[in-house]
Design a protein around this ligand. Structure first.
Ligand code: ACO
Length: 335
């Protein structure tokens, strides 16, 4: 029997209009364009403005665009998984809200939380529903309104994050293209270095938590950097080794866009040059769950059927991992 794989058959992104530049950040905190560019590679990021606008708005826009371009009817979607760290509400799930907004009446839907590795976790999970033959059309959405948990008085975090969303359609494939393998890892002791301290069940919101600015991202940047640089590169190398992929056979690295220096270290460890690395961190910063699908969306027109793509990500938790996917269509077919 031919083995079913989960292929990405369409990709779409959405970023809000408002552009927060390094120049504007210079007026908000003690920083400089030179520092931000040299330490992170980021030039600007998008911010979702407007009362009552949450992560689901961006996720739904990405899904609507995806349904349009792939000529898919919303009622034919079986499942929507939304990976997000900034859901609209603690409950209900943003995936439920997105399903309603796009008219996916026959889909069940749920959220996944793995910080910046979320899309990798969600794509790997989604692929299992397809490989078993149980479902035919699964959408994975990676979306975050990071500006809702960023402290714009903290120069070490506010320069990094941006808002955005991306969505991928996964369908069964029997021609050998699709998700081939993944390595997913986690280490909960990372809570000491990267956490939103309040707002959950351990420390519910109170006047004290608000006064202490505990609803914002707390990050010990240097410690996270060290862990990220080692583990993202190691996971990417591991996925290559166990699939006997040489650096010459890798067509693209699609890395989480947290810091240009972490991306370069991963590419070096894989033995590939910059021309094979998808990079858009300069435009969007770190959009957490949206970085991988936004990178695929930006590079889609250059992708060819059968291209070997290695994904690598790292995030809060800690969570990290890598995946190997054979691209299933010529990207310029949607141009
Ligand atoms: N402008 C100017 N100076 C700054 C700024 C800024 N925006 N931010 C920090 N500095 C200063 C610090 O105060 C420090 O000064 P000091 O030496 O006088 O104390 C100096 O720069 C160095 O600070 P570091 O934090 O060591 O700077 P580093 O080179 O490590 O860069 C950064 C900071 C960009 C945050 C980096 O550590 C990083 O990218 N870390 C990894 C982030 C990541 O991958 N997170 C995981 C995903 S996020 C998620 O899952 C939600």
């Amino acid at each position: 029997m031919t083995q079913i794989k989960a292929a990405i058959t369409g990709i779409c992104g959405y970023v809000p209009d408002y552009i927060l530049t390094n120049a504007e950040l210079e007026t908000m905190v003690d920083t400089s364009d030179e520092w931000i560019t040299s330490r992170t590679g980021i030039k600007e990021r998008r911010i979702l403005k407007g009362e009552g606008m949450g992560t689901s708005h961006m996720g739904a826009e990405a899904v609507k665009g995806l349904l349009r371009k792939t000529d898919t009817r919303p009622q034919d979607i079986d499942l929507i998984i939304c990976s997000t760290t900034t859901p609209d509400f603690v409950f209900p799930a943003s995936a439920n809200i997105i399903s309603d907004m796009v008219g996916a009446k026959n889909a069940f839907s749920y959220d996944m939380q793995a910080a910046c590795s979320g899309f990798l976790y969600a794509m790997s999970t989604a692929s299992q529903f397809i490989e078993t033959g149980r479902y035919k059309k699964v959408i994975v959405v990676g979306a975050d309104k990071m500006s809702s948990i960023v402290d714009y008085q903290d120069r070490s975090t506010c320069i990094i994050f941006g808002d955005g969303a991306g969505a991928a359609l996964l369908e069964p494939s029997t021609d050998g293209n699709g998700l081939i393998d993944f390595v997913l890892k986690s280490d909960g002791s990372g809570i000491n270095h990267l956490v939103q301290k309040a707002g959950g069940s351990r420390r519910p919101p109170s006047i004290e938590t608000v006064t202490n600015r505990e609803h914002y991202i707390y990050q010990e940047g240097a410690a996270v950097f060290k862990f990220a640089v080692t583990n993202m590169a190691e996971a990417a190398a591991q996925i290559m080794e166990r699939n006997r992929l040489t650096s010459g056979q890798v067509k693209w690295l699609c890395p989480h866009q947290a810091n240009k220096r972490i991306i370069s270290a991963t590419a070096d460890r894989m033995g590939i040059g910059e021309e094979k690395v998808m990079i858009n961190i300069h435009k969007y910063g770190n959009t957490t769950n949206a970085t991988l699908p936004l990178a695929l969306w930006d590079y889609e027109s250059q992708l060819r059927k059968g291209d070997n793509i290695v994904f690598a990500a790292f995030g809060g938790g800690f969570t990290w991992g890598a995946a190997y996917l054979k691209w299933a269509y010529d990207g310029d077919q949607f141009a």
